[in-house]
Design a protein. Structure first.
Lengths: 254, 467
């Protein structure tokens, strides 16, 4: 379905890569010999994001992201860089949650508000005023991306704005799950703390098959957490497709 | 301050080949096992196999005990019809209650219809609870429309528990309307030990106070549950928090959880269950236990649980006729790590902007000027929260210096604020004490400005108010 989005070049990269990191890393000060593992992602889908919603995602083929459908899928585009603990209220502020993602017009509007809750210290905005889509198809973040309220509107708004993938050090559980369940964005994990080394506006290529992220602007390459055994659910194309495949729910009458 | 970890002895984390969904979780089984290998000794009270059980109960509701399981593992084992579960396993879990509200209901219903068909029926009309509560007292047309969508769906599907509101000018005219979903769920008897409750809201974890598994999900997952009545969940490893000692004056459950989040950070429990026990927890009322579990998500946790006891059973006495069966952690259950706190030494705490783990002692902030006060929400808008605030006003005898907004969580809390007498006040209600102190009149029950919401939301701050 959404498999073959054409490689549309990203708009000009003229805007200066200027971004501050107002959110400092978390002080993980354990008084106790804690064994809490900051564990990595162990598998990710190789498939393209899948439309969970009737019209919207399919209608996003004019999106600035680009990816192909097979195991060698790559994303290419300019990135938008944020810091640690980006919560869902910064991704999509609560006042816009009256918008229902399954309504195509409201889906598009959600996209136009994506990441608008970031503080004004983010001088370069993710979606320019008056625009519907973002020119940044890849979001790069720090630790605990998508924490806070469980609103599925968060990955939806990113997807609606044209984001193909988020690359972060780690994710909050519900955001990660919602990203997979909706297929709106790929929640990828980086091995290094690349949010410190990439700047908003850098040109990025992500090669899923090789678990590799290339920053063409700086010439550096980074390893992503290995894509392990892709879960059968994602393989099937999301929770509904999986359930149909296994006979848990009846096939939809066409 | 002893802390220890007992490891799962086997690397048998993901054994369910058929359903393996490791993709849904960034936790790596192999690493968990390695890290947990140092099998330190747990505290005597809980780890010793010889220690007597504290109360009589059936050995295991899920079959014979081969390997010890935590409460969370046991609840999920029963709900997935398995005798044994380990952290990391992915299992299809039967859902006892699905809750949704005006923010996520419309999207969930749309996905349900798209995927199961326009004429599809929900899996069980008695197991779905629909609670409008977020954006209610507003003239925002989309917000109003979303409540209409809840109503239409509830009528169409003959949903048994829909707490409707039609007359926005006077909430009391709506006898069905409750208010904040997490508090209403408890007050209406939908929270029961041993069960699985899913909700389209991160604070669904509040219900863990009843010794059940409760967690927040997205609208796609909710759309699936609406039709199928089950959901694929990964069994979380459990962090164990033992809190002993008497609570000092003015220390509340909010202080307990802020203390914990301050220790483990806002991602310290990501993908994990948090189990709360100890003499302090045993002494807490149900509302206080709800506060404790409510903020599990602020530590990134998947769920929080407090073992059900006589306090739980008493609370439930007149609220539900549904039979339930509590489960308890085995003495040999395995925990990822354990934290111990001497609560008798705890002081009142605050979380400073802009993060719940930015912990400080209240007295360290005594010179910080505040601009406004808001008492409400699922964490802080229960009857006992208003009693606690009233006691502070009584003790100080002073008037407020900044705008002070009061938003009871539910109709029942609102009634309590206006009718229950505060001990030691000479026969005054909370509302009288608040009025004398110069607070704003208690507002209509809703999530209100805690969530933000449309611009005309009561107590919402629409312009920056920096100090």
């Amino acid at each position: 379905m959404a498999a073959s989005l054409s490689i549309s070049p990203n708009p000009s990269f003229t805007s200066p890569p200027k971004i501050s990191h107002p959110l400092s890393p978390l002080p993980h000060s354990f008084k106790f010999p804690a064994t809490t593992p900051q564990t990595p992602i162990n598998s990710l889908s190789l498939r393209p994001p899948r439309a969970s919603f009737a019209a919207p995602r399919a209608a996003v083929s004019q999106s600035s992201s680009s990816f192909s459908s097979d195991a060698t899928a790559t994303f290419h585009g300019v990135c938008y860089v944020v810091g640690d603990n980006i919560d869902t209220d910064q991704i999509i502020p609560a006042e816009y949650l009256t918008l229902v993602p399954s309504n195509p017009a409201e889906y598009e509007k959600l996209g136009s508000y994506a990441l608008c809750g970031l503080p004004s210290t983010y001088a370069t905005r993710f979606v320019e005023p008056g625009e519907i889509k973002s020119k940044y198809s890849i979001v790069i973040g720090g630790a605990n991306f998508g924490c806070g309220s469980s609103r599925e509107h968060a990955p939806v708004s990113l997807g609606a704005a044209g984001t193909a993938a988020v690359v972060a050090e780690s994710y909050a559980r519900i955001f990660f799950r919602n990203s997979v369940a909706t297929g709106e964005v790929y929640p990828l994990e980086s091995e290094a703390r690349i949010c410190e080394e990439c700047r908003t506006g850098d040109v990025i290529t992500i090669e899923l098959g090789k678990s590799r992220l290339i920053n063409h602007t700086t010439g550096k390459e980074y390893k992503l957490k290995p894509i392990g055994d892709a879960g059968p659910v994602i393989e099937a194309g999301g929770i509904f497709a999986y359930a149909r495949k296994t006979g848990m729910i009846p096939s939809r009458s066409a | 301050m002893a802390s220890s970890a007992i490891a799962p002895t086997s690397a048998h984390f993901i054994n369910n080949k058929e359903l393996s969904l490791s993709a849904l979780s960034p936790s790596s089984p192999s690493i968990s096992v390695q890290r947990c290998k140092r099998t330190a000794k747990m505290s005597k009270k809980i780890s010793s196999v010889m220690s007597p059980q504290q109360f009589e109960r059936k050995p295991a509701t899920t079959g014979s005990v081969k390997t010890g399981m935590t409460m969370t593992e046991k609840i999920l084992a029963r709900a997935s019809e398995k005798s044994q579960l380990r952290p990391g396993e992915n299992v299809w879990v039967n859902v006892d209650v699905l809750m949704t509200h005006d923010v996520c209901g419309p999207g969930s219903f749309a996905i349900f219809k798209k995927e199961f068909g326009h004429d599809a029926k929900v899996w069980d009309r008695k197991k779905i609870v629909i609670i409008p509560d977020h954006y209610i007292f507003t003239s925002d047309e989309l917000a109003n429309r979303n409540v209409d969508i809840l109503r239409d769906f509830s009528i169409e599907q003959n949903i048994k528990y829909f707490y409707d509101i039609k007359d926005l000018s006077n909430f009391k005219a709506n006898t069905d309307y409750k208010g904040v979903c997490h508090i209403a769920l408890a007050q209406e008897g939908h929270c029961r030990p041993g069960e699985v409750l899913l909700g389209t809201d991160s604070h669904t974890c509040t219900a863990g106070a009843f010794g059940q598994f409760a967690t927040g999900i997205g609208i796609t997952d909710a759309g699936f549950v609406l039709g199928a009545g089950k959901l694929l969940l990964k069994v979380p490893p459990t962090l164990r928090f033992v809190m002993d000692g008497e609570m000092p004056d003015y220390v509340l459950a909010k202080d307990l959880i802020l203390q914990i989040i301050g220790e483990i950070s806002v991602s310290g429990a990501t993908y994990k269950a948090m189990e709360f026990l100890g003499t302090t927890v045993e002494s807490l009322s149900m509302e206080e236990r709800m506060t404790l579990c409510n903020m599990v998500i602020e530590a990134g946790g998947k769920n929080g649980v407090v073992p059900a006891d006589s306090t739980t059973f008493k609370y439930l006495e007149d609220k539900t006729s549904v039979p339930y069966e509590p489960v308890y952690s085995d003495a040999q259950a395995r925990y990822l790590s354990e934290y111990r706190f001497d609560i008798s030494k705890l002081e009142p705490l605050v979380a400073k902007p802009h993060s719940p783990d930015n912990r400080a002692l209240a007295r360290e902030c005594k010179d910080v000027k505040i601009d406004r006060v808001y008492i409400g929400s699922c964490t802080g808008g229960k009857t006992e929260d208003f009693f606690a605030a009233a006691k502070v006003f009584l003790a100080s005898g002073k008037k407020v210096k900044v705008p002070t907004f009061l938003v009871p969580a539910t109709q029942k809390v609102w009634m309590d604020v206006y009718t229950l007498l505060v001990p030691g006040s000479g026969g005054k209600t909370c509302s009288q004490i608040f009025e004398e102190a110069g607070c704003d009149t208690p507002a209509s029950p809703t999530c209100g400005a805690c969530m933000g919401g449309p611009r005309d939301t009561y107590a919402r701050l629409n312009e920056p108010q920096a100090s």
